[in-house]
Design a protein around this ligand. Structure first.
Ligand code: FAD
Length: 296
């Protein structure tokens, strides 16, 4: 491992993934309103102090929370020497806006970008310059020395007619220049193993980071699942039914479930895991501690 003091610039995510050690990363999302910035910054700091392999910072599709992505990501390196992965979505932006954002990322030494289309807003209003993430990836390749990642969906993207079609479009993103993938959350590891087999079979060879969400709040998961269509195993549904009405019990059970998923992934040779930590340093800390002897 390269010690933080020795690093002059943040590492590329591909360099982190190429190291012969497990990768455990966490996610933060910027505030929706300005007055919540300090709270989010504190949460990000709490997670950064755990020294994760890197941290990702999400980007609001409709401009809502996008203003703070660069600032939060920049501060992760500046204050904590944690490499940041800045998300960037394109469907609600013009080419000019994307170019301006790419410039801003460079000025802030943010060269790791997760390139996304973004969700179509509820009112259906999108810009016309970018239709798919693959177009953003091609553009970013031209705009600088970015290390570009993209999203992938072990259960298929909800808009795709079939998983096969979605995987073919995923290949387009890789061919456009993305050099790693992060998955949508899944609660059944077998779905992920099957997906890995299928993408390798069609020639997608880039590293895949398994994205796992600790469910610590029953309401939160019901909303997320209605949006993503993620499959919930019976074992998980039983936990939700039994503990969903008790916040403390749900939190404990949710963390334990995630921990078990991580252990199974590592046991099956998956060494890059991203935790959708939802601005919760205590949850991130408990998971990191629970796998401290497993992810070494
Ligand atoms: P794309 O890869 O463009 O795919 C979208 C759909 O179009 C898919 O169904 C795909 O199969 C299809 N498609 C692709 N190319 C073609 C083509 N040429 N012809 C026809 N169909 C095609 N959203 C945010 O707003 N901000 C975030 O920070 C954010 N972070 C995320 C992080 C991860 C790891 C994941 C998994 C998702 C994230 N999202 C985020 C959500 C994401 O923006 C949505 O899931 C969005 O609906 C799809 O984005 P994408 O980049 O995967 O799109």
């Amino acid at each position: 491992m390269i010690e933080a003091e020795e690093m002059k610039v943040p590492m590329k995510i591909t360099e982190i993934l190429a190291q012969e050690k497990p990768v455990l990363s966490f996610e933060v999302f910027p505030p929706k309103k300005e007055d919540a910035y300090e709270t989010v910054e504190r949460a990000a700091a709490g997670i950064a102090r755990l020294s994760p392999s890197f941290m990702s910072v999400t980007y609001g599709a409709g401009g809502g929370t996008s203003r703070y992505t660069v600032e939060l990501a920049h501060n992760l390196w500046k204050h904590y020497h944690v490499t940041a992965l800045a998300h960037l979505s394109c469907v609600s932006s013009t080419r000019e806006q994307i170019h301006a954002m790419a410039q801003k990322l460079k000025e802030n030494e943010l060269f790791n970008v997760l390139a996304l289309r973004g969700d179509i807003p509820a009112d259906g209003h999108v810009e016309t310059d970018y239709q798919y993430a693959s177009e953003l990836i091609s553009d970013l390749k031209e705009m600088g020395d970015f290390c570009i990642g993209a999203a992938c969906y072990p259960e298929g993207h909800p808009e795709s007619a079939t998983r096969k079609e979605d995987i073919l479009h995923l290949k387009e993103k890789v061919d456009a220049g993305c050099s790693f993938l992060t998955t949508q959350m899944f609660f059944d590891n077998n779905i992920f193993y099957n997906f890995l087999y299928r993408i390798r079979e069609i020639g997608i060879t880039v590293p895949v980071i398994a994205g796992i969400m600790p469910v610590t709040n029953a309401k939160q998961i019901k909303r997320i699942l209605s949006m993503s269509g993620t499959y919930l195993p019976t074992r998980f549904k039983t936990i939700l039914d039994r503990f969903g009405s008790s916040p403390a019990a749900m939190k404990q059970a949710g963390i334990a479930y995630t921990t078990e998923q991580v252990i199974d992934l590592v046991a099956n040779d998956v060494h890059a895991i991203h935790i959708y930590s939802m601005n919760k340093p205590d949850v991130a800390e408990q998971i990191k501690r629970s796998v401290s002897e497993i992810m070494v």
